[in-house]
Design a protein around this ligand. Structure first.
Ligand code: CUA
Length: 339
């Protein structure tokens, strides 16, 4: 590739990246929107500033030495003065780095204590986050809500502070829960309960992902945190608490769905479908994505997913149910009614 083509390619890639920043909500550690993310951001900035200062001093001295003591035409061949050891310089290059490490260590410890020792307010919203290969389950024990892949939490404001207290559990292997703009990553370990919290101060959708390799589709174990004003959150919660809608016009579609093996893995509350192995489908259509954030929840994608989930997310635990076209139509029709 010639240099100008390479430059054009680089410019194009940069432009696409800049464009993408505006089109998609990108996970960005430099734009914290909750207290735990602030603490981590502040430590990172301090570390970056100190490292930049060290770099400037070292590179500056190096550059100065290279220029000042370069070989000149007027040089004779005598060796310069030879110096063997200097206590003053040795003390300086020992004490200064020790002080720097001490400052960074104390700043880090302060941030860790700030985040981990925070006492949860009595009215904190409790959510149990369960990592599965490869999707997230969210349970709200006090509200009686079970959903998947899209965590809804109320917006925290100065007038009405709101904290969501997350308990992290795993159904199988080790995962890690990470939403860069809200908090640091916390591991999700089988047999152990970890805790974290968020108090988002900006409404919107925040992207996160599993940050611990957990098998073939680890990279597609995405999640979304929907932060909404208290009133909207309450509306969402009230709708999620309801049993599935049962439109009499969809009787035949519902009967087909409930006659299939789907119900041994999925729950649709208010019906005989009570499986807990896969995501709860009671309000499937309230979610914006399918397959743990992989594809938008459109009618075409829903149909393609039910028809052959392995073609979209190879290796996931939902088998191809080998539905005939009538069954496929009815299942998709029924699922589409689960608002
Ligand atoms: Cu779950 Cu990686």
């Amino acid at each position: 590739m010639n240099p100008s083509a390479r430059l054009t390619g680089l410019l194009f890639a940069t432009a696409m990246f800049a464009l993408g920043q505006n089109v998609y909500p990108v996970a960005n550690v430099f734009k914290p929107e909750a207290t735990p993310a602030d603490s981590i951001y502040n430590v990172s900035m301090l570390m970056l500033a100190i490292c930049a200062a060290i770099f400037l001093v070292v590179a500056g001295l190096l550059l100065f030495t290279i220029v000042r003591f370069r070989r000149r035409k007027t040089d004779d061949d005598r060796e310069p003065a030879q110096i063997y050891g200097s206590n003053r310089i040795e003390v300086a290059w020992t004490v200064i780095p020790v002080l720097i490490v001490l400052v960074l260590g104390m700043a880090t410890a302060r941030a860790v204590v700030e985040v981990q020792d925070k006492r949860m307010p009595a009215d904190a919203l409790k959510v149990t986050v369960i990592g599965h290969q490869w999707w997230w389950e969210f349970r709200y024990p006090d509200l009686g809500i079970v959903t998947a892949n899209e965590l809804h939490v109320p917006l925290s404001t100065a007038a009405i502070p709101a904290v969501a207290a997350l308990r992290l559990e795993s159904a199988d292997v080790a995962h890690s829960f990470w939403v860069a703009q809200l908090a640091g990553k916390t591991d999700v370990i089988p047999g152990i309960t970890n805790n974290m919290w968020i108090d988002p101060r900006q409404a919107g959708v925040f992207l996160g992902n599993c940050a611990e390799y957990c098998g073939m589709q680890h990279a597609n174990m995405l999640l979304r945190v929907v932060v909404e004003p208290a009133g909207d959150f309450e509306k969402w919660a009230a709708a999620q608490k309801m049993d599935a809608a049962s439109d009499p016009q969809l009787e035949s579609a519902r009967t087909t769905f409930l006659s299939l093996n789907c119900i041994s893995c999925h729950t649709v509350s208010g019906t005989i479908a009570t499986g807990t192995f896969g995501p709860n489908l009671t309000h499937l259509m309230s979610r914006a994505t399918l397959a743990s954030g992989m594809v938008p929840n459109t009618p075409e994608n829903l149909r393609a997913w039910v028809k052959d989930p392995q073609a979209i997310k190879h290796g996931n635990l939902m088998p191809n149910m080998q539905l005939n076209s009538r069954e496929l139509d009815e299942v998709v029709k029924y699922l589409s009614s689960l608002k």
